[in-house]
Ligand binder design. Structure first.
Ligand code: ADP
Length: 447
């Protein structure tokens, strides 16, 4: 086992990794920008190293600074968290070239899944059902018009290098195609430096269902059921739950087995998420994330496993600590993402936390790097905490979420907490009847 792990991240996910390390008897090294000198992950880790100025490009994304921090501290492995360098295949290669271990999948798997066209080709070959669309990219407007004519409107144009909901445009008919195609390419170029796009059938009312998989890197893999992340704003998740309220045990077993077999075939190592749109009983693959996800705690809650501990074990060459047969679902879990944002426009609201109180009690978990007096810097994303509840069933989880939100105090900045209070008053949330468009439509009339 490693003696020391460096965490190439910040905020709640850096803390999450510090906690796993401490329980495993592994020393942790935090890295931070000058803006994060007082951050909780720096205070909680065993050691810390300043790696640069506030701008993420010059700190959390600076490969030389992170490698140097490893060498100075004597860390043997790097946990990337999510975001930043977590899905950067070149980084993984450099880490390995320095004789260090990357806690995550191999560079080739990150590369294949990081390009959505090769990801879809690979998944299709492995027997995973995909959204109908172009075979590969579409290079010209003529091409796009022809493919759209074949698969039928509406279609969605997506950036092959896309992420964070950017570079996606819908065209409802050939007239809309020209503009949609042009804007999608321009956005893709501006955000990802790569204007390659592809086409998919635009599904009208799907749910977002994703399957958590875990591979041992030697051809063994399991699935840990699904999460439903249909409540989204601008293609970004707002609330996640497990198990999915509309997925049957048979469907879970079928899609889970398909996913586990696919990643086993690849020889995939560590945690990964295979994302689907789900409509009328069918699953359509959209992308795979080759890292730990923000919403992983809901899966941990219902299966009683520690996914970060498992990532570290597998990276150290140990076998997984569970088999498929050991994994049974216990109850229901819901996570809400608490962002420092001002409603109704969700504009960032950085600043000083004048008072913070975290809820507690049975079935409540708070993953957050907040503390009294902490100043949220304006340079990074606005997620300041995740409230995760676990109950014997969905209605108990919802009641617990309501109770825990009532105990939470975050003063000094605006947050998305009022949004969740309002959502909990909605019958559709209680019945689980919503698709990926529900929240956007609700926001138009309710905030
Ligand atoms: P990103 O990598 O930017 O997050 P994804 O491919 O994961 O992009 O898609 C994000 C979200 O966009 C999905 O959860 C869904 O809400 C929407 N979306 C993507 N593809 C389609 C599609 N073919 N039809 C309808 N909605 C889609």
């Amino acid at each position: 086992m490693f003696e020391k792990i460096l965490i190439a991240n910040r905020g709640e996910i850096a803390l999450r990794v510090v906690r796993a390390c401490r329980e495993m008897g592994i020393a942790s090294v935090a890295v931070h920008s000058t803006a994060d000198a007082d951050a909780m992950h720096v205070r909680m880790a065993d050691e810390s190293i300043c790696i640069g100025p506030p701008s993420a490009t010059a700190s959390y994304l600076s490969v030389p600074a992170i490698i140097a921090a490893c060498e100075i501290s004597g860390a043997q492995a790097i946990h990337p968290g999510y975001g930043f360098l977590s899905e950067n295949a070149n980084f993984v290669q450099i880490v390995e070239d320095h004789g260090l271990t990357f806690i995550g999948p191999r560079a080739e798997h990150i590369r294949v899944m990081g390009d959505k066209i090769t990801a879809k080709e690979t998944m299709r070959r492995l027997g995973v059902p995909c959204v109908p669309g172009s075979e590969g990219g579409v290079a010209s407007l003529e091409d796009a018009l022809q493919v759209a004519g074949e698969i039928g409107y509406p279609v969605i144009i997506k950036a092959t290098a896309g992420g964070g909901g950017k570079g996606m445009k819908v065209a409802n008919d050939p007239e809309e195609m020209e503009r949609a195609f042009r804007t999608a390419r321009a956005e893709a170029k501006a955000n990802f430096g790569n204007d390659a796009v592809y086409l998919e059938k635009y599904l009208a009312t799907p749910r977002h269902i994703e399957v958590q998989i875990f591979g041992d890197g030697r051809g063994g893999a399991v699935h840990l059921g699904e999460r439903d992340c249909s409540l989204q704003r601008r293609h970004q998740k707002v609330l996640e739950e497990a198990p999915g309220p509309v997925i049957s045990e048979q469907e879970r077993a079928r899609i889970g087995r398909l996913c586990a077999n696919a990643v086993a075939e690849l020889g995939y190592a560590g945690a990964g998420t295979i994302e689907f749109l789900y409509e009328n009983g069918d699953f359509y693959f959209i992308e795979m994330n080759t890292r730990l996800q923000v919403e992983h705690p809901v899966t941990e809650a219902i299966f009683g496993v520690d996914l970060v501990r498992e990532q570290i074990r597998v990276a150290a060459g140990l076998p997984m600590s569970f088999h498929q047969g050991d994994l049974t679902i216990n109850g229901h879990s819901i996570e809400v993402r608490i962002n420092a944002e001002r409603l109704p426009n969700f504009t960032p609201s950085p600043g000083r936390i004048t008072q913070y109180h975290a809820p507690g009690g049975l079935g409540v978990r708070v993953d957050s790097a907040l503390y009294d007096g902490y100043v949220i810097p304006p340079y990074y994303d606005s997620l300041i905490g995740k409230l995760i509840v676990h109950g014997r069933d969905r209605s108990e989880a919802l009641a617990r979420l309501h109770r825990a939100l009532g105990e939470l105090i975050v003063d000094g900045v605006d947050t998305t907490v009022p949004l969740f209070h309002a959502l909990l008053a909605e019958p559709d949330i209680h019945s689980g009847q919503y698709n990926i468009h529900w929240l956007e439509q609700w926001l138009e009339t309710h905030l």
